[in-house]
Design a protein around this ligand. Sequence first.
Ligand code: ZN
Length: 337
Amino acid sequence: MNLPSPSYDFLTSTLQNLPPETPEWSLANGATARWHERGILELIPSQLNDATDRVLVSCGVHGNETAPIEVANGILLDIQQGHLPLAAHVLLMFGNPEAMQAGERYLDYDMNRLFNGQHAKHPATREAQRAALLEQEAAAFFERAPAGCRRLHYDLHTAIRGSVFERFAIYPYLHERDYNREQLCWLESADITTVLLHSQPAATFTYYTSRHHQADSLTLELGKARPFGENDLSRFAGIDQALRRLLSGRREPLPPFANERFQLFRAKYDLVKHSDAFRLHLHDQVENFTLLEDGFVIAEDQDVRYQAQGGNERILFPNPKVGNGLRAGIVIEPVTI
Ligand SMILES: [Zn+2]
């Protein structure tokens, strides 16, 4: 059980679709790696008990968002080679290996619209099969977790569009649960203080794990999407260091939550593209979180007019090229909790 070697590179083997020679092997410091599927690796610490954190780290759900993949792979290499101790039970996922290989966001369908059972509606797409597999793997991981441990899921992304706030998180809709302020403070320790609090169910990976497995789940948007090898990883130092502290069990005391240190937003409404007549009155390069002036007509679609109110609203994920009936952007507003 000692193969592969300490130089085994999970990212390369995922891209080349080469399974390791043995499905389970020893890492430094008594930890164990267990290969599940292409792009899915479980890391088991030598000391595993009911209080051990269960942490799902996913990246590459969009195949061209490479920086988080490189960050995660770098952390894995350091655990493997004994430079970083492992204190958490980890499931690492490279979400969409085929799209990663192709350098594309997705091949057939946006995978982060296919979770929470939506994959069953698009069975012919490659992403639907993969999303179903990721759900099964996440379910098996969290269902084995004892009641008292922390269940955490961070789904790491980057964006093509620029952003007024370079890094931000999306907190999936929690239904009756309250926000975990300790998680917000952990985000702050990763240099992320802008958070969208989602106000309805979604077909995203983090909504799925939050809703069905009671995980504290967050989607993290960490900066610009670039091809493999072209990332300035120093811009990702905040999340890199925060994940390293978490996975190695260094729980440093964090200051208590205070609204003043965060920019929290809630989704107010979706801009829905009803027809081909939909016109978005924002330029193509408009940045996420751009402020919308009071009275500004954001979009029009036949007899529907979307008009900004109050001067505090901002635009998120504008995309007039979506199909009819789909969301072409979110109008958000500041909120405190
Ligand atoms: Zn993404």
